[in-house]
Write a protein that binds this ligand. Structure first.
Ligand SMILES: *Cc1c(COP(=O)(O)O)cnc(C)c1O
Length: 596
C-alpha cells in the first residue's frame, strides 16, 4: 500500500517503535499510486465535492472504519475582494482557520491518530508550540486515547486551554521547541507511545488541502501558493498533494510554492538564500507569530526540496509587517487569522513584484484562526472608550470624529517616544501620528500631566506607555463629580513574613481624612486603607482587580483595572503608572468617583 523511505537517501526504512522519523532526518510515505488508481473512479472523483472521506484512498490508512474524523478539511477558498486589487494580484485565500480546532493541523491529526489506533498505540505524545498540541489532543480525545504534550514555556494560554479541555496532559519545557521535540521523541521511544507531530504520516493528511485548491479552482492552477512555514511540513504537503494530482493526471502543472517565515525565525529562508538543502537551527528565535517561531524546523529538508522543485521561493517578513497584514485581512476581507498566516499577505506586499506575481493568480494559505492567539493584536490596540449609559455621550464621541481615529497603531512597543518633557507642539504632533484621535483640550492636558509625572519619576515614555496613558484618559468618561474623592498621599510598609500596612491621606468632599489599613501585600493594604477612608456609610464591594503590563522591564507601566459594585450599580476604574500601588490607587479613585 505504501513504503516508508528516508527522505534524503530514498532508502527503505523499518520503524522499531511507533516513531516514524529518523533520529536526525525526516522519513516520507510513498503511496502505491497504482493501487490508488485502482481504488478511485477518476471521472467521479474529479468532480465530487471535497470532504474528509473522499480522499481516504490516497491516504496510508488500511481500515477505513478506523478513520477518526471530526469534519476537518473541505475548507473554503475565497477570492479576495480588496487586497488582491490593492496588490495587483488575482488573489485567493484558503481558509484553513475553519478546521475543527482552528488550524490546518487537523487534516494531519486525523491521519496520525487513525494510524495510531490501527497500530494499537496505548498513548500518543507530541511536541508543539500550541496548535499541533490542540489538534492532536482533540483527535486523541475523539479516539479515546491518552495524549501527552510537551510545549515550550511561553506557549499562549488560549492554546493551552484547548489542550487542557481535550484532556491532553501538558508538560512545559524550559527550553525551545527543538528541546520539546527531542523530549517527545525520547519519551515515545522509551514508553512505546505513538509519536505525533511533523513526521512521515502527517504530510499524507495535510496534502488534501492541495487537492481541494485544485478542485476549487476547477483545475485551472494558480501561478503560486503562498504558505507560512514553521517546521515546513505544510508547504511540503502542498507539494506532495499537487504531485499526487499530477500523477493522476488531474493537473498538468505544479504551482510555484512560496514559503514565508518571520524575520526572527528564518530557519528555512536562510538556507534557501544560501542554496542549501538543509535548514538552519538557531538557539533562540523571536516573533509575535508563535505558530512559526520555531528554532529547529523538522521538515526543512522537505520544504526546501518542495521550494526548489517547484521553482518557488522563501522569504521573511517582520513582526510589524505581519501585524499590519493581519489587521488588513480582518478589516478589508473579514478574516481574523493568526499572525503567522498574515505573513503570506505581508510577503506579497513586499515581494510580489520581485517574485513576478503581479497580475497572476495566487493562493494564500490562511493556516489558523485569530482567536488562537489574540495577544499580538491586543498589544497594539487601543481599548475602546467608556461612556455613561447616556446616548449623548456616544453622540458626542461620534460628532467629534472619534471613530475616524485609529484603533490600532503599528509601532514597536518599546520605541521611546519621549525622554524629556515635550513642548505642546511636540505633544500634539506625536498624539496625531500615533492615534489621530480628536482629543479634547482637557484630555490633552491630562495626558501631558501624566507624561510629565512619569518623566519626573525617571520613566522614559515608550509607545506602549503612551498607549496606556492615552487609554487611561479615554476611559475617564466625564469630568469628576463635585466634592470628589482624591488621594493626596500614601505610605506603605512591606515585610518579608508579616502583613503589609499602609497609611493614606484622602480628600473626601472638602475634608481631609487620614486612615490606615493592613493587607497581605502593599496593594491589598492600600485598598483596605482607602475603603476605611470612604467611611462606613459607603457600602460597596471590590472585585475584578486586573493588572496588565504591555511593555517589558521592572520600570514598565502597569495598567490596573478594578470594579466597585454597590447594589445594582457597578463602576470600573483604571489607572496607569510605573508604580503598581499608584496605578491601583488611581483605578480606585476613578471607579469611586464614577459611582453616583
Ligand atoms: C503549524 C502552523 C504553521 C506552520 O506550519 P508548518 O507545517 O510547521 O510549516 C503555520 N501557521 C499555523 C497557524 C500553524 O498552526
Amino acid at each position: 500500500m505504501y513504503e516508508l523511505l528516508d527522505f534524503r537517501t530514498k532508502k527503505k526504512v523499518t520503524p522499531e517503535n511507533l516513531v516514524f522519523t529518523g533520529k536526525d532526518g525526516p522519513w516520507e510515505v510513498k503511496m502505491d499510486m497504482e493501487l490508488v488508481r485502482s481504488r478511485i473512479n477518476k471521472e467521479y472523483f474529479k468532480h465530487a465535492p471535497p470532504q474528509g472521506s473522499k480522499y481516504l484512498p490516497l491516504m496510508p490508512i488500511k481500515r477505513y472504519d478506523s478513520f477518526v474524523t471530526l469534519g476537518e478539511g473541505a475548507t473554503p477558498l475565497i477570492r479576495s475582494t480588496r487586497l488582491g486589487e490593492e496588490l495587483g494580484i488575482d488573489l485567493y485565500f484558503k481558509l484553513e482557520s475553519q478546521n475543527p480546532t482552528g488550524a490546518f493541523k487537523d487534516r494531519g491529526s486525523a491521519v496520525e491518530i487513525s494510524i495510531a489506533r490501527e497500530l494499537g498505540a496505548k498513548a500518543v505524545v507530541v511536541a508543539s508550540t500550541g496548535n499541533m498540541a490542540a489538534s492532536i489532543s482533540c483527535y486523541a480525545a475523539a479516539a479515546h486515547m491518552p495524549c501527552f504534550v510537551f510545549v515550550p514555556e511561553d506557549t499562549p494560554t488560549s492554546k493551552m486551554a484547548q489542550v487542557i479541555s481535550y484532556g491532553g496532559r501538558i508538560v512545559q519545557v524550559k527550553g525551545s521547541y527543538g528541546d520539546a521535540a527531542r523530549i517527545a521523541y525520547e519519551v515515545a521511544q522509551e514508553l512505546g507511545f505513538y509519536l505525533c507531530g511533523d513526521y512521515a504520516f502527517r504530510v499524507e493528511g495535510h496534502k488534501t488541502a492541495a487537492f481541494e485548491v485544485a478542485e476549487q479552482l476547477f483545475y485551472d492552477m494558480p501561478e503560486a501558493v503562498v504558505v507560512p512555514m514553521g517546521c515546513g511540513t505544510n508547504i511540503a504537503s502542498y507539494y506532495r498533494g499537487f504531485q499526487d494530482y499530477q500523477e493522476l493526471d488531474f493537473i498538468d502543472r505544479m504551482p510555484r510554492l512560496i514559503g514565508v517565515q518571520a524575520e526572527g525565525a528564518p530557519t528555512i529562508v536562510d538556507a534557501f538564500k544560501n542554496g542549501a538543502k538543509e535548514g538552519v537551527t538557531f538557539n533562540r528565535v523571536s516573533s509575535i507569530a508563535g505558530a512559526i517561531a520555531i528554532n529547529h524546523a523538522l521538515d526543512a529538508t522537505k520544504a526546501l526540496d518542495a521550494i526548489y522543485s517547484s521553482n518557488g521561493s522563501a522569504c521573511a517578513v517582520s513582526d510589524t509587517e505581519m501585524l499590519e497584514a493581519q489587521y488588513s485581512l480582518a478589516r478589508e476581507e473579514g478574516f481574523f487569522v493568526e499572525a503567522a498566516c498574515a505573513a503570506t499577505v505581508a510577503s506579497l506586499r513586499r515581494y510580489a513584484k520581485d517574485l513576478g506575481l503581479l497580475g497572476k493568480r495566487v493562493v494564500c494559505v490562511l493556516t489558523g484562526a485569530g482567536l488562537k492567539d489574540p495577544s499580538p493584536i491586543l498589544k497594539i490596540a487601543i481599548k475602546p472608550p467608556t461612556i455613561f449609559p447616556d446616548v449623548e455621550d456616544f453622540l458626542s464621541l461620534y460628532k467629534n470624529s472619534f471613530f475616524e481615529g485609529k484603533s490600532v497603531s503599528f509601532v514597536d512597543r518599546g520605541h521611546v517616544i519621549f525622554d524629556a518633557v515635550p513642548s505642546a507642539e511636540e505633544m500634539l504632533e506625536k498624539l496625531d501620528t500615533y492615534f489621530s484621535l480628536p482629543f479634547s483640550e482637557q484630555q490633552i492636558a491630562a495626558i501631558s500631566a501624566v507624561i510629565e509625572r512619569f518623566l519626573r519619576k525617571g520613566k522614559p515614555i515608550t509607545f506602549s506607555d503612551l498607549q496606556d496613558i492615552v487609554q487611561e484618559v479615554l476611559e475617564k468618561p466625564t469630568e469628576r463629580r463635585e466634592g470628589a474623592f482624591s488621594v493626596l498621599d500614601f505610605t506603605v510598609h512591606t515585610y518579608k513574613d508579616k502583613k503589609s500596612s499602609a497609611e493614606v491621606t484622602v480628600r473626601v468632599g472638602k475634608k481631609d481624612v487620614v486612615s490606615s489599613g493592613e493587607g497581605v501585600g502593599p496593594v491589598d493594604a492600600v485598598i483596605a486603607a482607602l475603603k476605611k477612608a470612604c467611611g462606613d456609610s459607603f457600602q460597596f464591594s471590590l472585585s475584578n482587580y486586573k493588572v496588565n503590563i504591555r511593555s517589558e522591564g521592572t520600570n514598565a507601566v502597569v495598567y490596573v483595572e478594578l470594579k466597585l459594585a454597590r447594589e445594582e450599580e457597578v463602576s470600573v476604574g483604571s489607572g496607569a503608572s510605573p508604580d503598581i500601588i499608584q496605578a491601583s490607587i488611581e483605578a480606585f479613585e476613578n471607579a469611586y468617583n464614577a459611582l453616583t
